[in-house]
Design a protein around this ligand. Structure first.
Ligand SMILES: Nc1nc2c(c(=O)[nH]1)N[C@H]1C(S)=C(S)[C@@H](COP(=O)(O)O)O[C@H]1N2
Ligand SMILES: [Mo]
Length: 421
């Protein structure tokens, strides 16, 4: 069976439309009724308008635990995006102090001693209920065989602001630049190991981890806790219950004490602060796979279209409108990535045509690819630099991304301004 998110979602949305919905939190007729007409509203309320480009005003608590130094992170309402300058001179992974944060509400402060993973549902032997689940404490998980995985996490809305800024396609929602992405070394136990210990049945089909952060309320409707189903095949493949990030205990903002890490799938799949986990012999649904994280708008049916893998993107490790000395040779640095697989080549244009960038050999085949290109700005003035990558499936970034109502999956070539002085 395919583990690709798009294939799974195509199957599930057919079942959902056929009325097999369970666990969606809102009944199916109501969801259909809300449907595409709600899409614009949903987008605005769901991802919310950015309120600050500068650091959060004094007295406004963004609900994020770690400091948000302006040179590392840019607050965007309840979220914070990594500044790409903060990666200049860094290694392969993004240090925890500058890793982006995407919170639907606020970072909860959980007690590791009383925290429990609680598995329940028809997909486990004896069908334990939510109130009488199979439990694991943090020490139980730490005693199980540990695994490490270097995986990329990216919000589906990453790059959203360029729909409006570069294409005149106004886009509601969190105005991410390109900083809603990061790679970290995650350590934990395989979800599959825990599912088997909990008594996984052969006929289980879906697994739905649920976060312990506050309920998500939007458009006057309480949608409950952030949760999103995974097919059993993916859950048994490479999904981790991670308790460490880059060699440290998972930081509060990134899911302490334990989060799910779903390599290759959009960020929302990787549920933070996981508590309850439903395992079911019938398909599971949540607003996070029926209402959000779908493509709506021209060219899509009313119920929306599956959100596939993250597309190809590239970013310079440079400030927006960076100031550089005219006449001196610069080494431009950047990174490219794709949800379809490794990056094959990267080209850079500094104003006189596309030329190949030099790829860092050690990164070949990994979740993202670092590259460099030399450039000497000939004279003082304003310049635009661009980078475009091609992945191993042959997919290249287009000049223009295809718009969709919720403005997901921006893959256009970003025009990065630089001023030479
Ligand atoms: N419980 C919970 N899990 C969550 C979220 C959330 O708000 N609550 N946000 C999701 C989204 S949309 C993304 S992109 C990633 C972001 O992970 P990070 O904040 O560690 O970068 O977490 C996902 N997991
Ligand atoms: Mo996200």
């Amino acid at each position: 069976m395919s583990h690709a998110e798009a294939d799974h979602d195509t199957r599930r949305s057919r079942q959902w439309l056929a009325g097999e919905a369970r666990g969606a939190g809102v009944d199916r007729d109501r969801l259909l009724e809300l449907g595409a007409a709600m899409a614009a509203l949903t987008a605005a309320a769901d991802e919310r308008e950015p309120v600050a480009v500068a650091p959060a005003p004094v007295g406004v608590d963004p609900g994020i635990a770690k400091p948000l130094p302006p040179d590392l992170l840019r607050p965007l309402d309840t979220n914070a995006e990594m500044r790409w300058t903060a990666l200049a001179g860094q290694g392969y992974v993004v240090p925890n102090d500058r890793f982006f944060v995407r919170n639907h509400t606020v970072t909860p402060h959980l007690d590791a001693d009383t925290w429990r993973l609680r598995l329940f549902g028809t997909g486990l032997r004896g069908a334990p209920t939510r109130d009488a689940p199979v439990e694991f404490g943090l020490d139980d998980l730490r005693r199980l065989p540990a695994e490490e995985s270097t995986a990329l996490l990216e919000c589906a809305g990453n790059g959203r602001r360029y729909f409006a800024e570069q294409q005149d396609d106004p886009a509601p929602g969190v105005a991410w630049g390109l900083g809603g992405v990061g790679v970290a070394r995650w350590r934990g136990v395989r979800l599959g190991t825990v599912l088997r210990l909990a008594g996984l049945r052969d006929d289980a089909v879906d697994v739905m981890p649920e976060g312990l952060d506050p309920d998500y309320v939007t458009g006057g409707v309480n949608l409950g806790r952030v949760r999103r189903p995974l097919p059993i095949a993916k859950a048994l493949d490479d999904v981790l219950l991670a308790y460490e990030m880059n060699g440290e205990p998972l930081p509060a903002d990134h899911g302490f004490p334990v989060r799910v890490v779903v390599p290759g799938w959009i960020g929302i799949s990787s549920i933070k602060w996981v508590g309850p986990v439903e395992v079911s012999t019938t398909p599971l649904f949540s607003p996070w796979n029926t209402r959000f994280y779908r493509m709506f708008g021209p060219g899509h049916p009313a119920e929306g279209t599956v959100l596939g893998a993250q597309p190809v993107k590239s970013a310079f490790e440079l400030a927006w409108d960076a100031r550089v000395p005219a006449g001196a040779e610069l080494l431009l640095r950047g990174r490219s990535w794709s949800g379809n697989g490794p990056i094959d080549r990267v080209e850079v244009d500094t104003g006189d045509g596309w030329r190949p960038a030099d790829l860092v050999a050690a990164d070949r085949g990994g979740p993202w690819q670092r590259w460099t290109a030399r450039w000497r700005p000939p004279a003082p003035g304003r310049y635009t630099v661009r980078a475009r990558a091609t992945d191993t499936t042959g997919t290249t970034q287009p000049d223009r991304a295809t718009p969709n109502t919720l403005a997901y999956l921006f893959d256009g070539i970003v025009h990065h301004p630089i001023t030479a002085l």
